[in-house]
Design a protein around this ligand. Sequence first.
Ligand code: NAD
Ligand code: IPM
Ligand code: MN
Length: 364
Amino acid sequence: MDSQKPSKKRIAVIPGDGIGQEVIPQALNVIRASGADVEISEFDWGADRYLRDGVTVPPDGFAMLGRDFDAILAGAFGDPRVKTNIHAKEILLGMRFKMDLYANVRPVRLLDAALCPLKGVEPKDVDFVVIRENTEGVYTDAGGVFKQGTPDEIAIQEDINTRKGVERIIRYAFEYCERHTKLDGSPRSRVLMCDKSNAMTHAGGLWQRVFKEVSGEYPQIATQHMYVDALCMQMVRDPRGFDVIVANNMFGDIITDLAAGLQGGLGMAASGNIHPGKTSMFEPVHGSAPPIAGKNVANPFGAILTAAMMLAHLGLAREAEKIDAAVLEAVRQKKTTQDVGGSLGTREAGEWVAKQVGRATVSS
Ligand code: NAD
Ligand code: IPM
Ligand code: MN
């Protein structure tokens, strides 16, 4: 990306709801400790703001983000007081759709064997990435409800798959495979497409044809196909061998929660919503977790690893590496929240990582 540019990176931060408001401040402290040359502007978009003044996204909000910022760091959206979830839809899905952030990149890495619920699985066995289509599918919410409240009620939820959308996400997966290595430095070498083309033949057929076509442009990359149900089984039976997985929006959503389980739970999982060359948005995979919100128990590492992902995307690789290394050290030393076996609170775990990053910054 812009690795040669010395200019200060402008980051828009939207903590959002629930534990988003607890984990994002920790991620910001860690970014500051890394010495990254960034300017941070916070936005209060979320349930509180919506309940206060009815605004989800201010007029011109997405254009402003794209124009004035190099990246966005978001927390989580969802609040039991907003039953329709309208604010989350407009803010979160709004950013993904209206800013055309078509590639949802969700790395799956096991930092320590102790974190994995599977027996005998080590960090080298879980190092893959899910590339989730992020602007189409059933998430477009096309369709409607007819004769609501009558015995003849009909609900239609369309699955929108465009040639352009399918092709660009599959190509993104191949490009990602070509350009990224595994944590141990070995090259990535395989793209697996998962779908449900045995039952959903129209959309599945398009994905199958495009996968075949695009893969022809990358003869050095091995290809594989699995139905999404079989993939879920394989992921918990033996996650070794997965490398780059490409999936549609909904299957990508589901398999990345499953994959988060392999990493120690939702509190450990990071993600980026990316359109190469455009302002992209980074957010932990987890949601606002209302039952644990405000209790200083949420794991901040998913958000902190997400911040590292964002810095790497902005060309700040050294800062990102320091953060990744500090989280790894925290996990090894059990300086973590309870969900991953430690005894620290959200703040304390975040502060431990920030201190570790700060030490690395001073000595570098
Ligand atoms: P969730 O991710 O909030 O929580 C699922 C489970 O994981 C809960 O048991 C929760 O306590 C646990 N968990 C999640 N993050 C954790 C963390 N950092 N540390 C420790 N434990 C953690 O999913 P949900 O319960 O299905 O949804 C709650 C709300 O969040 C809903 O409104 C949902 O729509 C929303 N949501 C938002 C996003 C997002 O903004 N990206 C993602 C998922 C869900
Ligand atoms: C995620 C979340 C969202 C999704 C929800 C909150 C709409 O689960 O980021 O994975 O389904 O994409
Ligand atoms: Mn999800």
